[in-house]
Design a protein around this ligand. Sequence first.
Ligand SMILES: [Ca+2]
Ligand SMILES: [Ca+2]
Ligand SMILES: [Ca+2]
Length: 209
Amino acid sequence: MAATARQERELVMKMEKLKQCVDITPLERLRAYILSQGVRGLKTLAGCFKRIDTNNDRKIDYSEFTHALHAEGIFVDPEVERDCFNEIDTDLTGYIDFDEFVYALRPPMSRLRKELVHRAFNKLDSNGDGVITSADLKGVYNGRKHPKYLNGTWTEEQVFNEWLNSFNGPQNFSGVVMRLEFENYYAGVSASIDMDIYFDLMMRQAWRL
Ligand SMILES: [Ca+2]
Ligand SMILES: [Ca+2]
Ligand SMILES: [Ca+2]
């Protein structure tokens, strides 16, 4: 149930208006800008991240960040830029990693949707240790029907890892899905579904909640 072209246009217009508001924070303006580019899922956010990360070290440092703000025509006091950067850099490492970037700029999700995402996560995390790994999937999901398992290229463990990594950002091949990563992934999915009722239905069917 993707948004129709009309709704898409309306969203872009709304975001354009938001961009022109002066009393919103640079972070909100950056988010508005990114949403106005039609950014939805992890893949497109990954594209934005890559463009801002000009030295390609998979981190956005302060100068790359301010450069991106200026390139989008967002000029504010340096203290405001600094506050905004610190707000995204939640673990205070001095740079923004991909997960922090997605968390700050992802499309918003309603409480109802977030609750469904957390229920799905809790169900998948069958051993209840707060992360999803192949250990949770063993005996619960069948990886043996995957074509690469059938032709002998992958073990069932590799099938599980490949699937788990689809919830992670690019270049994250940890085979482990954290709650935040799962939420970030579904924020992207959620943005293309207009009504809560369809999101609810999709989650219930996908995860048999
Ligand atoms: Ca960088
Ligand atoms: Ca950080
Ligand atoms: Ca687990």
